[in-house]
Design a protein. Sequence first.
Length: 85
Amino acid sequence: HVLSRICTHAVTHLQTYCHAFAHMLSRICTHAVTHLSSCCHAFVLMLSRICPHVVTHLQIYCHAFAHTLSSICTHAVTHLHTGCH
């Protein structure tokens, strides 16, 4: 009975911690992707004055990278939530 209570407490505590961690990770990721997009745009804007051809190519690559990072993060958070349960 005591062991059961300790286990239940541990699981509840772990679940709370886990969700908090997943939430934190989610926020960090969202921030990182947003920040990356902003940096991209600023960098691309600066380069556009130098050579438009490179910029177009870079912009596509940049968005693809931001998108990939975003999906990796989303997947990680989802996986973490599932793992928690």
